[in-house]
Write a protein that binds this ligand. Structure first.
Ligand SMILES: [Zn+2]
Length: 195
């Protein structure tokens, strides 16, 4: 069973369209935009005819940064940094599905990711750590060498689907100002210019 960690954002929507995972999973780990992510991911999975699960594990009390509404940590590369976030999401998905036939967890990291847990050394290490354990689950990041525009255009995802995507870091509805919204709007503008 191939699983996609699905936030409802542009990058993971392109991966969902291209790779058609057996299951797309949105994790509500206590991040402020969780309701918006779940709404977008659920709607988009409906349109793509993909199975969508929501996993709720409230870890907000362990969070830092814009996703939880606190100051950014000194060691953070960007304001939305949350300690061990991808490690947490991969582990939670693994915990939920490893005994249910899980073979691969796909994550939407792209080349421009500024966080250490969105880069190749971490992704190779976490895949090795998962493979070494029961179930031998592989972690993959098919877009790790791509920028969002190449990923989206290369995936063939219909542009009208992308209107339902959601990337805000701070609220249930797009704030239009955070780094997530900024990247989202920049990518949509770049896509529009390709017409
Ligand atoms: Zn925002």
């Amino acid at each position: 069973m191939k699983l996609l960690l699905y936030s409802g954002g542009l990058d993971s929507t392109a991966l969902a369209w291209k790779f058609r995972p057996d299951i797309a999973v949105t994790i509500d780990y206590g991040q402020r935009p969780a309701a918006g992510e779940i709404r977008a991911a659920s709607a988009l999975c409906g349109l793509m005819n993909l199975r969508h699960d929501v996993l709720k594990v409230d870890l907000a009390f362990l969070g830092i940064g814009t996703l939880v509404g606190t100051e950014t940590a000194d060691i953070a590369a960007a304001s939305e940094w949350w300690p061990y976030r991808n490690q947490m999401l991969i582990t939670l998905a693994g915990m939920r599905y490893v005994a249910r036939g899980l073979s691969e967890i796909m994550i939407g990291a792209v080349a421009s990711d500024v966080h250490a847990d969105g880069k190749k050394p971490f992704l190779a290490a976490i895949s090795s750590a998962m493979i070494a354990q029961e179930g031998g689950v592989q972690v993959s990041a098919p877009a790790i060498d791509m920028d969002p525009l190449d990923l989206i255009l290369g995936s063939g995802v219909p542009k009208n689907l992308l209107g339902a995507a959601f990337s805000c870091h701070v609220a249930e509805y797009p704030c239009g100002q955070c780094r997530g919204c900024e990247k989202h709007l920049t990518t949509i503008a770049a896509l529009s210019n390709r017409n």
